[in-house]
Design a protein around this ligand. Sequence first.
Ligand code: ACO
Length: 380
Amino acid sequence: MANSVRKGLDGVVADETRLSAIDGDAGELTIAGFPLSELAGNATYEETLFLLYEDRLPTAEELEDFESDLAANRALAPATRAVVQAAGENGQSAMDAARMGLASASLARTDEGEDPERDALLAVAQLPTIVATYWRSRTGADPIEPRTDLSHAGNYLYMLTGDEPTQSEVRGLETYLDTVVDHGFNASAFTGRAIASTESDVISAVTGAVGALKGPLHGGAPGPVLDMLEETHDADDVRRVLEAKLDAGERLMGFGHRVYNVRDPRAAVLSEAAETFYRASDGGDEAFYESAVETERVARDLLSDRRPDLDLDTNVEFYTALVLRGVGIPQALFSATFAVSRIGGWTAHALEQLADNRIVRPRSAYVGEFDRTWTPIDDR
Ligand code: ACO
């Protein structure tokens, strides 16, 4: 094997997966055999999760059992609730709260010991409650207990405000959760797989994964996208605002991707969801949607003019910001809501890794010195 270093593991094929396939040139994403638009247009989050775990769609009866199993795992152990409330009172970020909450999620195990499938379900079920409990505490409000009669997406929205969400809010969020649930060997999924490969437990794998997602190069972009969209919405001249950013050496948030050389297929699904949602809204928000579409058009134009060598196009985060804002997710929870979806992918990756496991152990190219001799401390 050649000993060349591939920084960032760029282009390295580390293992097989049946969870998702990405074609970066054609701009296509397949989730467990389904083109993304087919899945996101139809599935509830629970159906998507079942599909990732079982590689097939559930029957009506199986889905009902799966939904109630998931719902039964929503309530936090008292110590988990205490730690995420402390994170809120302390002004820590939602991603820090997610990490602290997930690390202690094993306290809510209802049976003895570790079981990968049970732990996967537990982790997915607990995360929305962790994030919502954090948010309530951060905003000085009492936590809202999860309900078992609402869907995964519906219950998350309910726990944030105490109000039952509308059908179109639930559907908007569900489309988002389906759209970003998995994306090959991204940094967080790969982190989780590396942890699972040591035959550690699934709760440890998702705790590591959420730490990887926290970084601004991975899960942190939709917040800054919203800032940019608010700025262009309020501006008279969108082009001038975007040009000023590029002239100042800034990147346009929501554009560019390591894998896609064309418009991210998730942007297509989410822009449609955003259009449906904003056109149906009666709060005058249609203008915000229109200005975002105009911002995308001008940004693509500018990026292709200035960097024709690069194929910089819209990525998933651009319309994520619009959809999450529309369904009522506070900007401070954008990254954590990404985690609420992606934990489905992380757990499926951990289970897939365990089913045909070999410990992840790449090599490194040593670039340090050899044969140094020791200098006693008084002589240094
Ligand atoms: N706006 C302007 N210029 C850009 C942008 C952008 N959005 N993205 C990349 N470039 C330029 C860089 O300045 C760089 O130019 P240079 O060669 O003159 O230095 C060149 O394109 C290559 O950039 P890299 O950072 O090497 O590209 P990479 O593939 O590693 O980065 C990334 C991809 C991080 C997404 C990048 O495009 C970016 O920072 N985009 C803006 C932030 C963003 O939207 N992040 C969310 C990504 S989606 C996701 O990860 C879930």
